[in-house]
Design a protein around this ligand. Structure first.
Ligand SMILES: Cc1cc2nc3c(=O)[nH]c(=O)nc-3n(C[C@H](O)[C@H](O)[C@H](O)COP(=O)(O)OP(=O)(O)OC[C@H]3O[C@@H](n4cnc5c(N)ncnc54)[C@H](O)[C@@H]3O)c2cc1C
Length: 283
C-alpha cells in the first residue's frame, strides 16, 4: 500500500508528486497522459515565476525533466474509480488496482459535462473501462463514444468481442480498424433506459444498445469518488486542500478558479504536505 496516490499530470499533480518524494512518502502517480494537454497547448506563458515567456511545450518539458531527474515515475492510466475502504482507498485504473492511505485529486476541469443519463446508468450498462467490462458484452450490440484517438485500440478490443459496435468518434482523423465497427458522425445527447441503459439518443433519432462504453481521459470528480462534495463543478476544499472525505485532498483547477499554473502548482504542494501530516496523525 502506498502512502499517497496522486491523480493527474498537470502542474498540480507534478508538484504533488515532487513534494511527496521530498517528504519521503511512498506514492503512486497516475495520469491519463504523460503531460497535461493544458500545459502542452499554451502558446506563450507570461505569469510563471522564473520562466518568463515560456511556451507550453517548454514548460511541459521542464516539468517532465524535473520529475524524471528526481526518479519520479508516472503510471499512465485513466482512473475510473476511487473507493473508500475505511482508513485506505482503492483506485481502479485500466483494470489495475492500487491502494493508498491518502489520495490527491489533481484532475483539472473537464471541458464537457457528463451527458444526461451518463451518471445514472454508470455500472448499469454504461462503462468507462473497456478492459474491465468488455467481456460482459461478448456477442452483444454496443455503442462506443470515444473522445480521443489514443483510445482507438480499446475500441478495436471492444469490437473484437461484440457482435455489433456503433462508434461515435468525437475527434477528427479517426482510424478504427474493425470490420464490425459502424462509424456514426453524430453527437449523442443523452442516454435512456430502465433498470439498465437501453438507448443512445441523438438529435435526430436513437440507437438501441445493450451497453455503452464512454472512453475519455477525464471523469467528473463526483462520479470518480462517491460522496465527494462538489459545488458548481469544483471540489470543495479548505485551506489545507482537504475535501469532505478524510484522507482525500484536491489541488489545482478542480478546486476552483483562477485556472492558473501557479495556483495549481501551489495547491499541489499544500496537498502533499497535508497528506503527509494526515498520515503522521494516523500513526
Ligand atoms: C491554451 C491554454 C493556455 C493557458 N495559458 C495559461 C497561462 O498563460 N497562464 C496560466 O497560469 N494558466 C494558463 N492556462 C490554464 C492552465 O492550463 C491550468 O490552470 C492548469 O493546467 C491547471 O493545472 P491542473 O494540474 O489543475 O490541471 P490540468 O493541467 O488540467 O491537468 C489535469 C490532469 O489530470 C489528468 N486526469 C484527469 N482526470 C483523470 C483521471 N480520471 N484519471 C487519470 N488522469 C486524469 C489529466 O490527464 C491531466 O494530466 C492555460 C490553459 C489553456 C488551455
Amino acid at each position: 500500500m502506498y502512502d499517497i496516490a496522486i491523480i493527474g499530470a498537470g502542474p498540480a499533480g507534478v508538484s504533488a508528486a515532487i513534494n511527496a518524494k521530498i517528504l519521503n512518502k511512498s506514492y503512486i502517480w497516475l495520469a491519463s497522459r504523460p503531460v497535461s494537454k493544458k500545459v502542452e497547448r499554451a502558446e506563450l506563458i507570461k505569469n510563471y515565476p522564473g520562466l518568463p515567456d515560456v511556451t507550453g511545450e517548454q514548460l511541459a518539458f521542464v516539468f517532465k525533466h524535473h520529475a524524471e531527474s528526481m526518479g519520479i515515475q508516472l503510471t499512465e492510466g485513466v482512473v475510473t474509480g476511487v473507493y473508500d475502504l475505511g482508513g485506505r482507498f482503492a483506485l481502479l485504473a485500466d483494470n489495475r488496482d492500487f491502494e493508498a492511505r491518502t489520495v490527491i485529486l489533481c484532475l483539472g476541469v473537464e471541458a464537457a459535462k457528463p451527458l444526461e443519463g451518463e451518471e445514472e446508468f454508470l455500472g448499469r450498462g454504461i462503462s468507462y473501462c473497456a478492459t474491465c467490462d468488455g467481456a460482459l458484452y461478448r456477442g452483444k450490440n454496443i455503442a462506443v463514444v470515444c473522445t480521443d484517438k489514443r483510445f482507438e485500440h480499446e475500441i478495436e478490443y471492444l469490437c473484437s468481442l461484440a457482435a455489433g459496435c456503433t462508434v461515435f468518434p468525437m475527434y477528427r482523423d479517426y482510424e478504427i480498424k474493425a470490420q464490425n465497427a459502424k462509424i456514426v458522425l453524430k453527437n449523442p445527447i443523452r442516454y435512456e433506459g430502465d433498470t439498465r441503459v437501453r438507448r443512445v439518443v441523438l438529435k435526430d433519432g436513437a440507437l438501441d444498445t445493450d451497453g455503452v462504453f464512454i472512453l475519455k481521459s477525464a471523469i467528473s470528480p463526483a462520479t470518480l469518488v462517491h460522496g465527494l462534495r462538489v459545488e458548481e463543478g469544483h471540489i470543495v476544499v479548505d485551506r489545507s486542500c482537504a475535501t469532505n472525505i478524510a484522507g482525500i485532498f484536491a489541488a489545482g483547477d478542480c478546486t476552483g478558479r483562477p485556472y492558473q499554473y501557479v495556483k495549481a502548482a501551489g495547491e499541489g504542494n499544500v496537498a502533499a504536505h497535508s497528506a503527509a501530516e494526515y498520515i503522521a496523525n494516523l500513526k
